[in-house]
Design a protein around this ligand. Structure first.
Ligand code: PLP
Ligand code: ZN
Length: 423
C-alpha cells in the first residue's frame, strides 16, 4: 500500500483522527456523523510526514483530484478503478461577466464540467472511496439533486448500492443522473432538512455510509480541498477572493482548509478571502454574518435556486462552521435576489459560453453584489466557482422557446433579420 511510502506506518491514514470543531474532542475514525457530545461537525486532522514533499506534489501540472490522494483520509489508490477524471477542472478568464462584476480580473472555475455535472463529484469520489475501504455495504445521501448524481456515479464504479433521499422540492430533472446510475431514489415530503434527517437516521439504523454533502461526513468533504490545490497550481498568484455558492458550506470550508494546508506547507503566504453567496429566499449564513448573531435555521424557503436552498433545520452548526471560515479568511457572506442570480446565469451563457445552473451563477451575482457593497475593492483576482451544469436544471428546459419556420425561405429571412438587427 502506498501509505508506507509517505506516512508513518504507525498511523494508518484511513485511521486519521477526527476532531470535533465544537468541543475539540478527538476520536479515531468515528462513524460519519456529528459529534456525539456536542453535535458539532467533525473535521479530519491530517498527519503529514516530513517526507510528503509538497513542493513535488504541487508541480503545476493538473490532472485530476487523485493527484493529491496523499492528502485525503484514504489509503488505497482509487484513481485506477474509481476515477473518471473528476477535478482538474478548467480555470477560465471571463471578460463580459467581469465588467458586470466591476473588477479588473475575474476567473471562473468550471466545476460544472465534472463527470456528473457538479463539484459534488469531489466529495462523492473521496467519500465513496472511503466507504469502500471501510467495508460499508452501501452508501446513502440526502440531496437536492447534484449530490445524488455524484454519489450514484461513484457508487456504480465502486460496485456499492446507493440510496438517495430527496426533498419533494428538488427539481426532478437533477435526479436523472442518479436514476441512470441505478441508485434507488426516495422522496420525503418537506424541505432538504427533512430528507437529511431521514437519511441520517437510515444510515445509523442500517449501517450505511452517510455521504450526504453537509458536514455530516468529514471524510467526504476532504475532497473539496482539491479546489484550493488546483487554484494554487493554475494561478500565478493567490487570488484575492474565492466566491462560493453556499448551502451548508462544506465546499467553502474545504477550499479554506486546502489553502490553509498550502500555507502550512510554506507554499503560499496568505489565504484568499472567501465570499459565501446565498439566495435571499434562504440565507441563514448571510443573515448571521450581517447581524453578527449565531446562525439560526431558516424558516420559509422561498427561492428557485436549488442546491443552495438549505434551511439548516436541525444542523445549524454547519452554518456556524462555515461562518468561521468566512470570518477567519477576512471574507463575507451575502444574500442575493433570485433575479440577479438568474441574470448572471444569462450573461454567463450568452456572453461567456458557460451554461451553468442558477446556484453556480450565484457566485458571479454575489461577486457583483460584494463589489457594490465595498467588500471587493476591484484590484486582485476574483475566482468564482461555477458549481453545477445548466443541463440538469429544470427551469432551463421550461424556458426553451422555439421559433417555427415553414421553409428555407423563412429560415433565411429570419437569420438575415437577426444578423441585420445586430449589425
Ligand atoms: C451543493 C451545491 C452547492 C453548495 O455546496 P455546499 O457545500 O453544500 O455549501 C452549490 N452549488 C451547487 C450547484 C450545488 O449542487
Ligand atoms: Zn463536540
Amino acid at each position: 500500500m502506498r501509505r508506507s511510502q509517505t506516512y508513518n506506518d504507525e498511523t494508518d491514514h484511513a485511521e486519521w483522527l477526527a476532531r470535533c470543531t465544537g468541543c475539540g474532542i478527538r476520536r479515531r475514525n468515528p462513524m460519519p456523523d456529528y459529534c456525539q457530545l456536542c453535535g458539532s461537525p467533525l473535521e479530519v486532522e491530517l498527519d503529514y510526514r516530513e517526507d510528503l514533499h509538497p513542493e513535488r506534489l504541487f508541480d503545476g501540472c493538473i490532472t485530476d483530484l487523485w493527484k493529491y490522494e496523499d492528502l485525503y483520509p484514504v489509503s488505497l489508490r482509487h484513481s485506477v478503478d474509481l476515477g473518471l477524471g473528476e477535478g482538474g477542472t478548467p480555470l477560465v478568464r471571463i471578460s463580459k461577466a467581469t465588467q458586470q462584476i466591476g473588477v479588473e480580473e475575474a476567473w471562473c472555475k468550471s466545476e460544472h464540467l465534472n463527470p456528473s455535472g457538479s463539484f459534488k463529484d469531489r466529495s462523492a469520489a473521496v467519500g465513496v472511496a472511503w466507504a469502500r475501504e471501510r467495508g460499508y455495504p452501501g452508501v446513502i445521501c440526502a440531496s437536492s439533486g447534484n449530490a445524488a448524481g455524484a454519489t450514484a456515479t461513484y457508487a456504480a464504479r465502486a460496485g456499492l448500492p446507493a440510496y438517495v433521499v430527496i426533498s419533494s422540492r428538488a427539481p426532478k430533472s437533477k435526479l436523472a443522473v442518479a436514476v441512470a446510475h441505478g441508485a434507488r431514489v426516495f422522496s420525503v415530503a418537506g424541505d432538504f432538512s427533512r430528507a437529511f434527517a431521514a437519511a441520517r437516521e437510515a444510515a445509523a439504523e442500517v449501517g450505511l455510509a452517510n455521504v450526504t454533502t453537509t458536514y455530516v461526513n468529514c471524510y467526504a468533504y476532504e475532497g473539496n480541498k482539491s479546489v484550493a490545490y488546483e487554484l494554487y497550481e493554475q494561478m500565478e498568484v493567490v487570488p484575492e477572493w474565492v466566491v462560493v455558492p453556499v448551502g451548508s458550506g462544506p465546499l467553502l470550508y474545504g477550499v479554506w482548509k486546502g489553502f490553509r494546508e498550502l500555507h502550512r506547507f510554506g507554499l503560499i503566504d496568505r489565504i484568499p478571502r472567501l465570499l459565501a453567496v446565498q439566495p435571499e429566499g434562504c440565507a441563514p449564513i448571510a443573515r448571521a454574518f450581517a447581524s453578527g448573531e449565531e446562525v439560526k435555521p431558516w424558516s420559509r424557503v422561498d427561492t428557485v435556486v436549488s442546491g443552495i436552498d438549505d434551511p439548516l433545520q436541525g444542523y445549524e452548526r454547519d452554518g456556524t462552521l462555515t461562518l468561521v471560515a468566512v470570518r477567519e479568511s477576512g471574507g463575507a457572506a451575502l444574500a442575493v435576489p433570485d433575479a440577479e442570480i438568474l441574470r448572471a446565469g444569462r450573461v454567463l451563457a450568452h456572453e461567456e459560453g458557460m451554461f451553468v445552473e442558477p446556484a453556480a451563477a450565484a457566485s458571479v451575482a454575489g461577486a457583483a453584489a460584494a463589489k457594490r457593497s465595498g467588500y471587493i475593492d476591484g484590484s486582485g483576482a476574483v475566482v468564482c466557482l461555477l458549481t453545477g451544469h445548466g443541463l440538469k436544471y429544470q427551469g432551463a428546459r421550461d424556458q426553451v422557446e422555439l421559433e417555427t419556420v415553414r421553409d428555407e425561405v423563412e429560415l433565411v429571412g429570419a437569420i438575415e433579420k437577426d444578423l441585420g438587427k445586430d449589425a
